[in-house]
Design a protein around this ligand. Structure first.
Ligand code: GLU
Length: 442
């Protein structure tokens, strides 16, 4: 059976690093097996869902290179949920409840106060037909709960967490439908996973107890549950689940000059036992993806690590990959000369100005001015003018090391450090190089 995974965001906001990581892992799991990766838009919450977020989710996935093989929208599948609901109702697996939020909250508090787990007491199941009819006649609309089967333990072998075991009697019957008829995420998700042939549900460990409930929904709908795996959540470098990570998304990354390749390389492997490396080739990441390498401890998302990876991926970028983002006129040679000095592609423009000029040269001490005058006179153009020039100056002046190189770099670039001069000088060109040396010589 081929693998089908899905990424199921609710379009109530932008994707953040945690969502991006889940999307990536589902994409990798599918790609590795030659399977299908679905984007499922969980938009049953019509009040909070926004079309602009749906567009943003698609755009973010495209920017990250995580192309889905299909897209589904829950808002267009309401009839399927209705059918499943009718079936469960028929089988006595969903039941109407009339408690208000306040009543439920009060009961919770009482239970907690007595040191008991706040499990729903199924009071609504005790209502007689007459009592229900009276409530309906009084205009009370029920919400609906799924009735858990307390008969046997809920168990599954989690792809990351190993054997899992839940006692259904220790869980509240989950609300699956609100009094206004709208759906909570739980039942539609199970219905869709069945209809779409999802074989693997990979999501954050905040969903572990939902999985226990959903496994019973699959069974109640006569379907075999998919494989489940729950990954440890992401924490910030500050060590805890941070608000900051919850709002850190593709826009923020793009603004900071972070490349999707760096994000993917990092999120593919943090929290696993595999080394985080600046791997550009998706195939390599996909091939090495293995749920068995995932740890149970939270994965630490470290901005400094992302910055390091970003520099390392930029250093590998081919000219063609970045050409559209480079300053006009910047050549392949220019990119290759400057690339090792960049942390972000955007900085290329800065260094390219050093090539095209004009450069501002700091005031040089008298002895360096004389030295630079010699340099201007001795400059000879060749395939490798820099080594020609420095070789000749070394011999003529006896200078070496910093005193040989630094005045030249300052005169030619206006800066004390930067890209390899041997690569820069040919780009600056003979006439301009001589003019800069002469200008600095005063
Ligand atoms: N829409 C749900 C969420 O964003 C989906 C969870 C799931 O993967 O099943 O939490």
């Amino acid at each position: 059976m081929s693998i089908v995974t899905r990424f199921a965001p609710s379009p109530t906001g932008r994707l953040h690093v945690g969502n991006i990581r889940t999307a990536l892992h589902n994409w990798m799991l599918a790609r590795q097996a030659g399977g299908h990766f679905l984007l499922r838009i969980d938009d049953t919450d019509t009040e909070r869902s926004r079309e602009e977020y749906v567009d943003a989710i698609r755009a973010d996935l495209a920017w990250l290179g995580l192309d889905p093989d299909g897209e589904e929208r829950q808002s267009q599948r309401l009839a399927h949920y209705e059918t499943a609901f009718a079936r469960l109702r028929e089988a006595g697996r969903v039941y109407p409840c009339y408690e208000t939020q306040q009543e439920l909250e009060l009961r919770r508090k009482v239970l907690l106060g007595r040191g008991l787990p706040p499990i729903y007491d199924r009071a609504a199941l005790q209502l007689s037909d007459a009592e229900r009819a009276a409530k309906e006649a009084a205009g009370e609309q029920p919400h609906w709960r799924f009735k858990l089967d307390h008969g046997e333990a809920i168990e599954w072998l989690d792809g990351i967490r190993g054997p899992q075991h839940f006692d259904p009697a220790q869980l509240s019957d989950p609300v699956v439908r609100r009094h206004d008829g709208s759906w909570l995420y739980m039942l539609p998700s199970a219905v869709d996973d069945i209809a779409m042939g999802v074989t693997d549900v990979l999501r954050g460990e905040d969903h572990v107890s939902n999985t226990a409930l959903q496994i019973q929904m699959f069974t109640a709908l006569d379907a075999a549950p998919p494989r489940f795996a729950h990954e440890a959540l992401l924490t910030g470098s500050e060590g805890k689940l941070s608000k900051r990570l919850g709002s850190l998304g593709c826009d923020a990354f793009r603004d900071k000059g972070i490349e999707p390749e760096a994000i993917v390389a990092l999120l593919a492997r943090i929290g696993t036992s595999l080394p985080v490396e600046p791997i550009l080739q998706r195939e390599v990441l996909v091939e090495s993806f293995d749920l068995g390498t995932f740890g149970r401890a939270p994965a630490r998302f470290d901005d400094a690590e992302l910055e390091r990876l970003n520099a390392a991926v930029v250093h590998q970028f081919d000219f063609d990959h970045v050409a559209a983002r480079l300053p006009a006129g910047m050549s392949r040679e220019g990119w290759e000369a400057i690339r090792p000095n960049l942390s972000h592609v955007g900085e290329a423009a800065d260094w390219w100005e050093v090539v095209t000029g004009p450069v501002e040269v700091p005031d040089m001490p008298a002895e360096d001015r004389a030295y630079l005058a010699d340099a201007a006179a001795m400059l000879q153009w060749s395939d490798d003018p820099w080594h020609g020039l420095t070789g000749a100056l070394k011999e003529a002046t006896g200078r070496k090391g910093k005193s040989l190189f630094l005045p030249l770099r300052l005169a030619l670039t206006g800066r004390a450090s930067g890209p390899d001069m041997a690569a820069l000088l040919p780009l600056i060109g003979e006439a301009e190089a001589r003019a800069r040396l002469e200008a600095a010589a005063g």
